[in-house]
Ligand binder design. Structure first.
Ligand SMILES: C[S@@+](CC[C@H](N)C(=O)[O-])C[C@H]1O[C@@H](n2cnc3c(N)ncnc32)[C@H](O)[C@@H]1O
Length: 228
């Protein structure tokens, strides 16, 4: 059965798991998610005074790694889960986090030099609208870094197994993490995802796989001629 991505249900789910989100991520990835996020961010060139938007910012990991790479950047994290935003604000008081929906961003066009989105798009039912909104608010020639699970191959199935068993061991109630495995398996392959971004005017600049392809990162540029 296809996993439901009703925005209200998704928001409720993330509100429910927000307080345990970091702890759970550390367990199911053996702490590796932090390393991967840091490596992914290191692919971006961050210049002073750049305006950066981290979409689906969760508890603020990516925004934090961006700020760590260049403190003289202006970073805004947006997430529609109030609990996630609450935690991100507590963890990173020097970064701005707003409770906003990535399919209806409250920013004028061409507002950001860089956009990042990590493990977010997979949870958005109207992913096309989220990509269109990213394109709109990104400056001409600006870059978008996308990070999420990658290939659906054997190694990925081992990951699914570990996630299910570990969460069950710790919590018994493994429902939200059943969602994680299902949504991951129903999400685009990196190749199809690249096509989705390209169909909205983005140009692929770089692709990098981590952990034998379990995680995939792409950097796109906003084509300056796409809407001429
Ligand atoms: C799996 S978490 C990823 C959090 C963080 N980026 C990370 O890498 O750890 C997905 C986040 O996307 C948020 N989200 C899902 N749909 C959204 C939407 N339409 N607008 C804003 N945030 C959304 C959820 O609330 C959740 O915090």
């Amino acid at each position: 059965m296809t996993v439901s991505k009703n925005p209200e249900d998704i928001k409720k789910m993330f509100n429910k798991i927000a307080s345990k989100y970091d702890f759970n991520n550390n367990i199911i990835s053996l702490g590796l998610h932090k390393l991967i996020k840091r490596l992914a961010v290191s692919n971006l060139t961050l210049k002073n005074n750049m305006r950066i938007l981290d979409e689906c910012s969760g508890t603020g990991d990516i925004a934090y790694y961006l700020k760590k790479r260049n403190a003289n950047t202006d970073i805004i994290g947006v997430d529609f889960s109030e609990k996630m935003v609450e935690i991100a604000r507590k963890k990173h008081p020097k970064i701005t986090f707003l409770q906003e929906d990535c399919t209806k961003l409250p920013f004028t066009s061409n507002s950001f030099d860089i956009i990042t989105m990590s493990f977010g798009l997979r949870n958005i039912s109207d992913h096309k609208q989220a990509i269109k909104e990213s394109f709109r608010v990104l400056e001409d020639g600006g870059q978008l870094m996308h990070l999420d699970f990658g290939k659906k191959k054997f190694i990925s199935q081992i990951f699914d197994f570990i996630v299910k068993k570990t969460i069950h061991l710790f919590y018994g109630n493994k429902l939200p993490y059943d969602y994680l495995v299902k949504s991951k398996n129903e999400f685009f392959t990196p190749e199809n995802l690249i096509r989705e971004f390209e169909s909205e005017g983005f140009i692929l600049k770089k692709r990098k796989d981590y952990l034998f392809g379990i995680i995939s990162m792409q950097i796109f540029e906003k084509s300056q001629t796409a809407y001429c």
